[in-house]
Write a protein that binds this ligand. Structure first.
Ligand code: CAA
Length: 284
């Protein structure tokens, strides 16, 4: 297995900047691409702030923070950012057409040995792999928010992903001090196939007047030892993202048990998307 050294992260949003941070702290050289200078600057500022928090908690020293920051090179030009990449991780919004366009370009300009990964939480890895000329080198690396805190990386094997690609990604995940779990491509993978029906059912409890949002969350926090209740978690993930994933499950399995609760649909239509809009099931 060859050593991965240069990592390119495409997209500097919540997930992308977290991914860049953990690779830089893990000693890798990171190219972080964004579409606008303001967005690239914001990603670096967020990483700086999160690393400073780690310094103040004495998890890392000031020097380690600065070394990690120096390892991250922001880019606005995707082609230049991938020319030496050993591993490319895409973390852009969950739109198939957008990801397709990016992977077609990456496929054209990345070196032949490069492993391509998507951080998608719901789009088929097999379908994304099919837009590239090396589907055997394509894989899902599904990180969890907040990336620096959550231990899991759900490693998703597409239909054509080869053993070498899976083993390499598992090995690099362990070097980041994460716990990779390998699963096969299927709508929602394992994480969201299990998580989203729970969140949806919690929303149905509110919709049917069984309990107020606060009470639903207290039950799950105090009774099931969840760090956040399902409705607080839904706000944290984004209600639009939850709805998109439920629709992927509903369409993928054609099973009514995945139907999104009408209250979720209505809240998304009203623009109440959770933390990012200041209001969801709770106010922020
Ligand atoms: N970056 C770095 N560190 C962070 C952080 C961030 N963005 N947010 C919190 N932390 C750290 C804090 O510094 C703190 O560290 P110490 O324990 O060393 O002090 C630790 O995390 C706990 O943070 P807080 O004390 O501030 O708050 P908390 O105890 O309430 O924990 C939480 C916050 C970690 C988010 C916790 O509530 C939790 O685990 N929630 C569940 C999160 C979850 O389920 N995420 C997965 C969502 S699903 C997804 O991402 C994928 C998908 O496909 C939808």
């Amino acid at each position: 297995m060859s050593e991965l050294k240069n990592i390119t992260v495409i997209g500097g949003g919540t997930m992308g900047n977290g991914i860049a941070q953990i690779f830089a702290l893990g000693g890798f050289d990171v190219n972080l691409t964004e579409t606008k200078k303001e967005l690239a600057d914001r990603a670096i500022r967020t990483i700086d702030k999160n690393l400073s928090r780690m310094v103040s908690k004495e998890k890392i020293g000031e020097e380690e923070k600065n070394t990690a920051l120096d390892r991250i090179q922001p880019h606005l030009d995707l082609t230049a950012a991938i020319e030496n990449a050993d591993l490319v991780i895409e973390a852009v919004p969950e739109q198939f057409e957008l990801k397709k366009k990016i992977f077609e370009k990456v496929d054209q300009y990345a070196p032949a040995h490069t492993i391509l990964a998507s951080n998608t939480s719901s789009i088929s890895i097999t379908k994304l792999a099919a837009v590239t000329s090396h589907p055997e080198k394509f894989i899902g690396m599904h990180f969890f928010n907040p990336v620096p805190v959550m231990k899991l990386i759900e490693v998703i094997n597409g239909l054509k992903t080869d053993k070498y690609t899976t083993e390499t990604v598992i090995s690099v995940s362990k070097k980041l001090d994460k716990m990779p779990v390998s699963v096969n491509d299927s709508p929602g993978f394992v994480s969201n196939r299990v998580l989203m029906p729970m969140i949806n059912e919690a929303i149905f409890c509110v919709y049917e007047g069984v309990a107020e949002p606060g009470a639903v969350d207290e039950v799950m926090k105090l009774g099931m030892a969840h760090p956040m209740g399902p409705l607080r978690l839904a706000d944290f993930i984004g209600l639009d993202v939850c709805l998109d994933i439920l629709n992927v499950l509903f369409d993928g399995y054609k099973d009514p048990k995945y139907r999104p609760c009408p209250l979720l649909v209505k809240m998304v239509e009203a623009g109440k998307l959770g933390d990012k809009t200041g209001e969801g099931f709770f106010k922020y």
